[in-house]
Design a protein around this ligand. Structure first.
Ligand code: NAD
Ligand code: MG
Length: 398
């Protein structure tokens, strides 16, 4: 019987790649529910193709638009899925008895609750939505332990690490090395960061992804989030996780063992590989990704990141050490700062400054529930908005 999948974030970059994997193997995979934000037209065409039992959007007000689109596409009303909107409906789709596997690919903290509730039911999870671990790592991983839930990472570095870790025992591992492309500004002097435009920052050198993660890759916030994600997923201490810049993005992660051996995972930059791995683990199947050829000479570079230039990487380690809600605040502040940058309100350099100001202003708390995490998230966003507004005035003066 095919695995029945709830796809959280179906219209995004990971969501559409997941559907491409599913489309090729209807014998193995079936879509039970599609959950999206506001891209109603794309969701409607996905409903027509994949015929889920349940479809969820972010806002109730968009339901008439969705029904109109389904009618326009000629889908009989008797074939429509159950339609719903909002956070509660996201949880219902992820926890439904008809769901075996939850692909968590919403961007931001909006994906936390549905993922957490599915973990509590012991559903199998493919985790792309790294903000789930950044904001709620302790809560989610302790629930996974308690309920025997397997979380398979989809983020390419963590997926690579998951593969490397199969080469030995956990007590033989010395450290994990995550690679970073370094983003579009790895050669740009920090003095020019003030003038970087959103269009420049949205051009990632090696990956095509959603807007938030693309900007986070340019600031290296994404790598900081990945260090946090790795500590929770694999139970590592922050000092056991290193970052190395590797502009070719071909080696995704490396694991160093106690005998000095380093196992690396190498793959073309195509997310369908880690997505399919998560869906079929522990089996491996043919994947629709480009093969890595060895008929021409190749150069792989590795060098340490510049911590002074990419401040958000260090702030991520600091937030991990602070513990409690600090990493939730880190994510919330970055989400607000990135939005403000994309709207042209603050400079690229100010993203890190807004995050740092917010981390300094919001007290660290112990968070024991989703509600408490979302409360810190709201409080941190409010403070980040204030700091972004202050930076906006400064920007207008220069
Ligand atoms: P994206 O912006 O392309 O897609 C995000 C999806 O989330 C969309 O379907 C959107 O409709 C949905 N969404 C947003 N807000 C929502 C809400 N309130 N309710 C319901 N749905 C909502 O992002 P992406 O690049 O696909 O990334 C998704 C997640 O995966 C992120 O956490 C990102 O960090 C992570 N990730 C992505 C990649 C990649 O290659 N794209 C790689 C590693 C990790
Ligand atoms: Mg990654």
């Amino acid at each position: 019987m095919p695995q029945r999948i709830c796809l959280l974030g179906s219209t995004g970059s990971i969501g559409t790649s997941t559907l491409d994997v599913v489309r090729r193997r209807p014998d193995l995979f079936q879509i039970a529910s599609l959950v999206a934000g506001s891209n109603i037209d794309l969701l409607a065409s996905q409903i027509v193709e994949f015929r889920p039992a349940f479809a969820v959007i972010a806002n109730e007000a968009d339901i008439p638009k969705l029904t109109a689109k389904l009618t326009e596409l000629g889908l009989n009303r008797s074939d429509w899925p159950e339609l719903a909107a909002g956070a509660e409906a996201r949880v219902t789709s992820a926890t439904d008895a008809g769901t075996d596997f939850v692909m968590s690919a919403i961007v931001g903290v909006a994906g936390l609750e549905a993922t957490y509730r599915a973990v509590c039911l012991g559903k199998r999870i493919g985790l792309a939505n790294k903000e789930v671990m950044v904001a709620g790592g302790e809560l989610v991983t302790s629930a996974a332990r308690e309920h025997g839930c397997e979380i398979i990472p989809v983020d390419s570095e963590h997926n690579g690490a998951h593969q490397c870790l199969r080469a030995g025992r956990r007590n033989e591992v010395l450290r994990l090395i995550l690679t970073a492309s370094g983003g579009p500004f790895r050669e740009t002097p920090a003095s020019e960061f003030e003038n970087i435009t959103p269009a420049q920052a949205l051009k990632h050198p090696t990956w095509v992804m959603g807007q938030r993660i693309t900007i986070d890759s340019a600031t290296l916030m994404n790598k900081g989030f990945e260090v946090i994600e790795a500590c929770w997923l694999f139970d590592f201490q922050p000092k056991e996780v290193d970052v190395v810049v590797h502009p070719q993005s071909t080696v995704h992660a490396m694991v160093e063992f106690n005998d000095g051996s380093i196992i690396a995972q190498v793959c073309a930059t195509d997310m369908r590989m880690p997505i399919q791995y998560a869906l079929t683990y522990p089996e491996r199947l043919e994947a629709p990704v480009p093969r890595y050829g060895w008929t021409e000479a190749r150069t792989w570079q590795f060098y340490p990141p510049d911590p002074a230039k990419f401040r958000l990487l260090q702030l991520s380690y600091d937030a991990l050490h602070a513990g409690g809600s600090a990493t939730c605040t880190l994510n919330a502040a970055d989400e607000i700062a990135v939005e403000a940058f994309l709207r042209g309100e603050i400079s690229f350099a100010s993203i890190a400054a807004v995050v740092e100001d917010t981390l300094n202003a919001v007290p660290v708390r112990q968070t024991k529930s989703v509600e408490q995490i979302l409360d810190v998230d709201r409080q941190s966003r409010d403070r980040a908005r204030e700091f972004a507004a202050k930076r906006q005035r400064n920007l207008m003066h220069v």
